[in-house]
Structure formats: structure tokens, C-alpha cells
Write a protein that binds this ligand. Structure first.
Ligand code: ACO
Length: 279
């Protein structure tokens, strides 16, 4: 099946196996409105079964990646409607904290500008994250007399060093892309002018890998965090059998087989071969 392409708050572009999802409310700095949460949940479900999308890249239109929750539409306008508030809260938490984390395809955040509060959970939920040096990150909740609530404190606990989590959570100070990379919150930062090319090159690299092995790589890592060592090893063995079955043993036949035949060197590049590792 293919995902629908028209959204009110999002933009979807798929090409060469890479689906770029753009948060598309630049006039509101891509604040996550209730409609955006609902659309994102739907889109992620559609892309899950869309074989033209092998890798997802999430970014923002204009000068902002995402300015966090839409403070007006979520906290003010839903204040009196507990059911509507709870429904959106659940959808908003689900897609960032669970759907992205366990998504069957690689997910990448490309942080092009402002990244505040609830947007930290998008970044943390994705597998990889790259930002512009010029990006501005901030846990701004404390600046409006709140604390990093919802999924955000847990996202910080998952990825931040403890001192950084408390420092930025309690001061609300901003930091840039290079600091975010140095803390380990993102993988790397690049000058804004290079961000898209650098991110898309990595997305392209992932799109060329075996999707079954990629899914297993994510699952073996993500689920092992919640398991004992014995359970994790048993799970990895079961996953290995699953990969073998789903690929019809391609990892042995083509992967190791072609190495044994001297066709490429897995230590220097992928089986898909970009010339670098092939003889
Ligand atoms: N929620 C709702 N509306 C927002 C949000 C937001 N998170 N962020 C920006 N907007 C709106 C503004 O209200 C403004 O709307 P208007 O044109 O109708 O008046 C428009 O977007 C542009 O905002 P400006 O402040 O004029 O843009 P500027 O580029 O100068 O500043 C910035 C951008 C720094 C993002 C600023 O808007 C801001 O501080 N926003 C709030 C950031 C924040 O604290 N987010 C919440 C995090 S906590 C959480 O997610 C639970």
C-alpha cells in the first residue's frame, strides 16, 4: 500500500526509498497541534506498510524543527475538555515514545532550527539525529513555570547525561547543535548549509542496506535494554533465525558467500557495493 500524500500539518516526499516527513506549520514554528499529532500517527501507520519508504527522515519547514507542543491549542483550548486533552496526550505520547522507537524502519531527525520541549521526545524517539550547528535547543518549560512533563523527562532520562538533564531542565537555557552532539543527544551537527546533504547521504546509505537486517538491528538493541543478559541473548538468537528465514538465508549465501568468493570486503563497506569495497 502507499501512504496518502496530502496533509494539513505535514508534508510527505518519498524518493529513492527515503520518506521525508516535514512538520509543516512554519508560521507557528511547527508547534505540534492536536491535528498534527493525529496526522503524524496516521502517517506513521501508513508508511509502516509502504514499501517505497525504507527510511524515514523527520524535519521542519522554515526556521524551526519543532517548537514543542502547541501551547495554545493543547494546553489552553483543551483545558476544559478532559477527554479531548487525554486523547491527544495519549496519541502525542504514543507516536514519539513508542511508535518511533520500535518503528520497523530506520528513523532520522534532521533538526534544522528551533527544537523545544516536546520536540525532544521526537529526537529521542528516532534512531539517529543530526542538527544544524545553528539549531537552538531548549527545555523551555521551566521558563513558563512548568517542568519537562509528559514524555520529555523520560526522554531526557534515556539519553542525557544526568548533570545535563538537570542543568538544562532546571535552567531552561538554550544550547546549539554542537553542544547537543557533544552531549550525545544527537549523532552529529553540521553547518546548516550542509545539513540536508549530509543527512540524506546517511539516509541513502541506510536505504541501501538489507531492510530485514536493519529491523533486527533496531530490535536487538532496543529490546535488549529492557532484558536480562540471558533473555537478550536468547532473543538475539531467535531474531537471527527469523532474519535467516525471512531473507531465505541471503546473509549466508550472498553476504558471507560473496566475501568468500572475494567479491567484496564487508569490513570496508556494504554488500550493496558502492565500489569502495568491491574488487
Ligand atoms: N505553541 C503555540 N504557538 C507557537 C509556539 C508554540 N509552542 N511556538 C511559536 N508559536 C507561534 C507564536 O505564538 C506566533 O504566533 P502568531 O504569529 O499567531 O503570534 C508564531 O508561532 C511565531 O512565533 P514568534 O514567537 O513570533 O517567532 P520567533 O521566530 O520570534 O520565535 C520561538 C520562535 C523562539 C520558537 C518562540 O515562538 C517561542 O519561544 N515559542 C515557544 C517555545 C516553547 O516554549 N515551546 C513549548 C515547549 S514545552 C512543551 O512542548 C510541552
Amino acid at each position: 500500500m502507499t501512504a496518502k500524500t496530502t496533509y494539513e500539518t505535514l508534508k510527505l516526499d518519498i524518493s529513492d526509498g527515503i520518506a521525508v516527513i516535514t512538520l509543516n506549520r512554519p508560521e507557528k514554528r511547527n508547534a505540534m497541534s492536536p491535528a498534527m499529532h493525529v496526522e503524524m500517527a496516521d502517517l506513521l501507520e501508513d508508511l509502516r506498510y509502504d514499501n517505497t519508504a525504507r527510511v524515514l527522515v523527520l524535519t521542519g519547514a522554515g526556521t524551526s524543527f519543532c517548537s514543542g507542543m502547541d501551547l495554545k491549542q493543547f494546553f489552553m483550548e483543551l483545558k476544559e475538555d478532559t477527554d479531548a486533552y487525554n486523547r491527544i496526550f495519549r496519541i502525542a505520547t504514543e507516536w514519539r515514545l513508542r511508535t518511533l522507537r520500535y518503528y520497523p524502519k530506520p528513523t532520522i531527525c534532521m533538526i534544522n532550527g528551533y527544537c523545544f520541549g516536546g520536540a525532544f521526545s521526537i529526537v529521542e524517539g528516532a534512531d539517529l539525529a543530526f542538527a544544524a550547528d545553528e539549531a537552538t535547543f531548549g527545555l523551555s518549560e521551566i521558563n513558563f513555570k512548568m517542568f519537562p512533563g509528559g514524555s520529555v523527562s523520560k526522554s531526557m532520562a534515556n539519553l542525557f547525561r544526568p548533570r545535563d538533564a538537570l542543568f538544562y531542565g532546571m535552567t531552561g537555557r538554550n544550547f546549539g547543535g554542537q553542544a547537543a552532539a557533544e552531549m550525545g543527544f544527537i549523532n552529529m551537527s553540521f553547518p546548516l548549509a550542509d545539513l540536508e546533504a549530509e543527512t540524506m547521504a546517511i539516509a541513502k546509505e541506510l536505504a541501501a542496506k538489507d531492510p530485514i537486517a536493519l529491523k533486527a538491528a533496531k530490535e536487538a538493541y532496543r529490546f535488549s535494554l529492557e532484558m536480562t543478559s540471558d533473555a537478550a541473548i536468547a532473543f538475539a538468537s531467535a531474531k537471527e533465525a527469523e532474519v535467516q528465514l525471512l531473507q531465505n538465508d541471503a546473509w549466508r549465501k550472498e553476504g558471507i558467500g560473496d566475501f568468500m568468493a572475494g567479491k567484496y570486503r564487508p569490513g570496508l563497506g556494504g554488500h550493496e557495493g558502492d565500489g569502495e569495497s568491491s574488487d
